[in-house]
Design a protein around this ligand. Sequence first.
Ligand code: F6P
Length: 361
Amino acid sequence: MANLKVGILTSGGDCSGLNAALRGAAKAIYQKFGEDNVDIIGIHDGYYGLIHNICNRMKPDDFSGILTQGGTILGTRRTPYKQMQIIEDDKIDKVKCMKDTYKKQRFDCILALGGNGTHKTANLLSEEGLNVISLPKTIDNDIWGTDITFGFHTAVDVATDAIDRIHTTATSHSRIMIVEIMGNKAGWLALYSGIAGGADVILIPEIPYKIDKVIEACQHRADKGKPFSIVVVAEGAFDVEEAKLKKKERQKQRELNNETTVTYRIMKEVQKKTGLETRAVIPGHILRGGTPSAYDRILATQFGSYAAQLISQGNYGNAIAKINGKISHNPLSEVAHKTKFVPIDDDHVITAKSIGISFGI
Ligand code: F6P
């Protein structure tokens, strides 16, 4: 029997680079401990697999040839943190079940690859006495304490490509195109892809917009002989009036107004006030799929390799991070329950403003 047993799971929304991180972690673990001395157990569909003990022993070969593959070979699922400590109709005590699986499987530790929700549950399990290490993945780049998450830069590339393509059709048709980019709480992806894609307006949740200012920016361009404009909207953007409401109230109001997303509302308002033809485009989950960029392959590999280092030191209860350019870690307890928002004086915001990109304010 192997000396070390490592459980590994991917949880929450997927992104490019998950397989690269799994591969990086597995290869580094096998290198460090020797293939005969370690068992890596794949836990399927995130915490759901840990709750229901859906696990299988992985072979070194399972981690071969997956560096460039999108998605995750382990499958993933959203098991919301809020529900973790609540016994629902199925009568399952999820925390107890996860601890039971950990014991039954005789895990020495678990590697949890995921975003903010994953980190909250990882911290909960760590507080319950399990050895857990998290790796930061999300296209949203909103995990506190890390300069960057893997999956983000690939999504920036994909979003930028989408905006580039929209740019040409916007120009041909003299249209205003409202492009919705994922990012419910934080606007990093809209901000980066907006700058890279040459957006005229970028709307992010951290900077509530005024619709009149958005219209003014598009109209101003039209008056100067450029009747097309690109407005990049983060999925979670809201206007200054909505900013006065709590999130739930905001959602309720939108439901009452039959607004599925903010993007369509902006599209209607811009078209009505400018008289210019306006269209909305939502790339959605396209941003999460496909081959990871070279940057994300490297970053994911670095995070995976660092996980092996932490295991060898028995240094658990940590969230792996890139801090001031170096791969390092923060205590899970410091990271859980926080979000890394775009600071309103972020360098990228300043750069964007300096070249005349409007934030609708
Ligand atoms: O957290 C990543 C993310 O892609 C967000 O940007 C987006 O709001 C959400 O996931 C979409 O989730 P789902 O895949 O459950 O629709």
